[in-house]
Ligand binder design. Sequence first.
Ligand SMILES: Cc1cc2nc3c(=O)[nH]c(=O)nc-3n(C[C@H](O)[C@H](O)[C@H](O)COP(=O)(O)OP(=O)(O)OC[C@H]3O[C@@H](n4cnc5c(N)ncnc54)[C@H](O)[C@@H]3O)c2cc1C
Length: 402
Amino acid sequence: MDFQFTPEQMALRKEFEDFFRDEMQKAPPLGAENIYDNDEAWDFHCYLARRLGEKGWISRPWPKAYGGQEAPILEQLLFNEVKAYHRAPGIDIQGVCMLAPTLLASGNEEQKQQHLPPIARGEMMWCQGWSEPNAGSDLASLTTRAVRQGDHYVINGQKTWTSGAHRAQWCFMMARTDPNQTRHRGLSFFLVDMKTPGLKLRPVLGLNGTHMFNEMFFDDVRVPAVNLVGEENRGWYVSLMTMNFERSSIGFMAEAKRNLEELIQFCRETKRNGQLLADNPAVRSILAQLVIEVEVGIALSYRVAWLQGKVDEKGMEMAIQAAVVASAGKVYGSELGQRLSYAGCRILGLYSQVKADSKWAPLKGRFESSYQECVSLNMGGGTSEIMRNVIALRGLDMPKGA
Ligand SMILES: Cc1cc2nc3c(=O)[nH]c(=O)nc-3n(C[C@H](O)[C@H](O)[C@H](O)COP(=O)(O)OP(=O)(O)OC[C@H]3O[C@@H](n4cnc5c(N)ncnc54)[C@H](O)[C@@H]3O)c2cc1C
């Protein structure tokens, strides 16, 4: 394992750095993080997506045949690290990171030609309709039904926790096409235009009042059969590709690094009871511990990307090892984000509760919102318990348990 970046990779990193530093000067004053909730942040996200599209950076990892550059995983890691450090939006996670790899692997030519170019140009935003009120970790128990009628499927059911559905133009979703087959086998994978009649949304507000999630109701939604990805009843296997993107969790680590740097700077400049926070031994100890944890997290992410980069050469065994370390990275990164949010609030004291739009909010109220948002970090994209199951089963070869 050698984490020395080549001169070419360092040059590329600088190009990303320069780009995001310049572009983030144009971000809305209160930040661009809450893209689904805030119109200004959403407009900036769409602007930046188009800029990234012009540079060809959205489709960098794709095959050349579809406008990509076949960029190696480590380069993608550098891109994601720099982007997250700058808190830059502009990448539609669902469209770019989940659907595009799925279509590249399982879509037919027509689907690729229709959907990949608008994603690459940063023009089309997607949402992911998987979870249901009674199907989250155990996704194979989902009950939304799709019934074939001529050249359409008619979909009925409910999805929930659908991030950004109120902003998205399209949704990829899974529905049960054969209730008589065992769980994983009767599912199919569909692409649904969000304007299709019968599809209704209801907002689900977060703890901090922001609108990111939605419930999605399908009431006789007619989806053209050409929007089925892969074969009918084989959707589970198509969906496995959806999670098969660069999953190093570097975004968690880079974001934590930036937040921690700003917290440290605040402690250097702020006095409590006549003493700089940075001179307080208890504060110093908390910050030092977090610096160690962030460095460990970054090294872990690099290791995931390095392992993923070896999969083509070394095959299945390396793929399993990469998946196990990626699960460890997800647990570590999401729990690090939580520890940092809690520690930041302890250090900022009562001011940590002041919201971003107040002049009294330290660090733009970032810890106020992250304290509430971080609760969900170890749920989205697979819970920490499920990740630990993967580590136990695949990494430690432990028995499946009851
Ligand atoms: C920020 C965020 C964004 C999301 N965005 C989307 C989205 O865009 N689209 C979408 O479809 N979904 C989305 N989700 C939903 C997410 O996929 C689910 O929350 C997740 O799969 C967990 O499912 P659940 O909430 O139903 O919890 P459950 O699966 O009911 O789990 C409840 C608890 O039981 C534990 N548990 C469950 N099974 C096991 C097991 N086998 N072993 C040990 N423990 C177990 C879990 O870890 C958890 O602690 C999002 C969630 C979050 C937090």
